[in-house]
Design a protein around this ligand. Structure first.
Ligand code: C2E
Ligand code: MG
Ligand code: MG
Ligand code: MG
Length: 289
C-alpha cells in the first residue's frame, strides 16, 4: 500500500510539473504576441523628496492580456528571463522608456526616468549599441536616463560590467543599484563602478521599525554619504517609515504612501509641481487617495 501511495504521489507531482511547464510555455507564447499586439505599457512611479516633490520616476512594465487580464511582472519577467524573450522585452522597454522621456519633455514636464535592466540584456554584446540606438531614434536626453542594475548583474562579469558602464556614463547615463542589500553585496564594486545611486530594498524599509533593519538602513545611508551616492528607499508605505527615512537624510522615497505606478496619461493629468505627500501630512489640502 505504501508503494502505491508513493506512486500516486509521483504521478501527482508529474502532473503538477507538467501543468507548470505548460503554463510557462503559454506565458512565453503569449508574451511574444504581447509585444506585437501592444499589450505592454510602462507605468511611472514617482520618487519624491522630503517635501513630496517628484525628483524622478521609475518605469515599471505592465502587461494587460486580453483574456488573462493584468499579469504582474513578478509572474512573467522570470519566465522571460529563461529565454531570449527577455532581450526583446528589454529592448522594447529601453525604446519605450526613451519615447516616454521625450513625451514628458514635449509636455513641458521633463523628468529623469529609471529603467530596470535585466542581467541577460545588460551582458549582451550589443547592449551599449542598443542604448545608443534607443536614444538616437527617440531623441531622448541621455542624462535623464538612469539604469537600475542588480547586485547579481554587477558581479557576474565585473570587467565587462565596468567597461559598459563607463561607456554609457560617458554618454551621460546614470546608474542605480536596485534592491540594494539583498544580493551578493560586495563592497568592492561600490568603489570600482561608476555608480550614482543605491535603492534600499523594500524588505528593509517595510520593517524599518524593527531594530536590525533600522541599523541596516542607517548603515546604508552613512556609507552612501561617504561614497557620495544618492539613496532612494523603495516600498515606503507608512508615514512612520517616511519619517524615519527623512530624519536619517534619505534623498528620495518611492512607495504606495506617495503614489502607485500610473500610466503616463495619469501622470500628465497631475498639475506640474504636484505634491505627493499624503493629504494628512501636507498643507495643500489634497483630497484624493
Ligand atoms: P523593482 O525594480 O524592485 O520595482 C519595485 C517594485 O515594488 C514594483 O513592483 C513596484 O510596483 C513595487 N512597489 C512600489 N512601491 C511599493 C510599496 O509601497 N509597497 C509594495 N508592496 N510594493 C511597492 P512591480 O511593478 O510588480 O515589479 C516587480 C519587479 O519586476 C521589479 O522590482 C523589477 O525587478 C521587475 N520589473 C518591472 N518592470 C521591469 C522592466 O521593465 N524590466 C525588467 N527587466 N524588470 C522589470
Ligand atoms: Mg527597480
Ligand atoms: Mg527595486
Ligand atoms: Mg524590488
Amino acid at each position: 500500500r505504501a508503494k502505491s501511495a508513493g506512486r500516486q504521489r509521483i504521478v501527482f507531482f508529474q502532473a503538477q510539473m507538467q501543468a507548470e511547464i505548460e503554463e510557462r510555455l503559454a506565458i512565453q507564447h503569449q508574451l511574444e504576441l504581447a509585444i506585437a499586439q501592444r499589450q505592454l505599457a510602462l507605468y511611472l512611479q514617482p520618487q519624491v523628496d522630503a517635501a513630496g516633490m517628484a525628483l524622478g520616476a521609475e518605469l515599471l512594465l505592465r502587461w494587460q492580456h486580453p483574456v488573462l487580464g493584468p499579469v504582474p511582472p513578478g509572474r512573467f519577467i522570470p519566465i522571460a528571463e529563461e529565454s531570449s524573450l527577455i532581450l526583446r522585452l528589454g529592448n522594447w522597454v529601453l525604446q519605450e522608456g526613451c519615447r516616454t522621456l521625450v513625451q514628458l519633455a514635449k509636455a513641458g514636464r521633463p523628468l529623469p526616468l529609471s529603467i530596470n535592466v535585466s542581467p541577460q540584456q545588460f551582458h549582451e554584446a550589443d547592449f551599449v549599441a542598443q542604448v545608443k540606438a534607443a536614444l538616437q531614434d527617440s531623441g531622448a536626453r541621455a542624462d535623464y536616463l538612469i539604469l537600475e542594475l542588480t547586485e547579481g548583474l554587477l558581479i557576474r562579469n565585473l570587467d565587462d560590467t565596468s567597461a559598459k558602464m563607463r561607456e554609457l556614463a560617458a554618454l551621460g547615463l546614470r546608474f542605480s543599484i536596485d534592491d540594494f542589500g539583498t544580493g551578493y553585496s560586495s563592497l568592492a564594486y561600490l568603489k570600482r563602478l561608476p555608480l550614482q545611486e543605491l535603492k534600499i530594498d523594500r524588505s528593509f524599509v517595510q520593517d524599518a521599525e524593527a531594530s536590525r533593519d533600522t541599523a541596516i538602513i542607517e548603515l546604508i545611508l552613512s556609507m552612501a554619504e561617504h561614497l557620495a551616492l544618492r539613496v532612494v528607499a523603495e516600498g515606503v508605505e507608512s508615514e512612520a517609515q517616511a519619517a524615519f527615512l527623512r530624519t536619517h537624510g534619505c534623498h528620495a522615497m518611492q512607495g504606495y504612501l506617495f503614489a502607485r505606478p500610473m500610466p503616463l496619461a495619469d501622470w500628465l493629468a497631475l498639475p506640474a509641481g504636484h505634491c505627493f505627500l499624503p493629504a494628512a501630512s501636507s498643507s495643500n489640502g489634497r483630497t484624493d487617495s
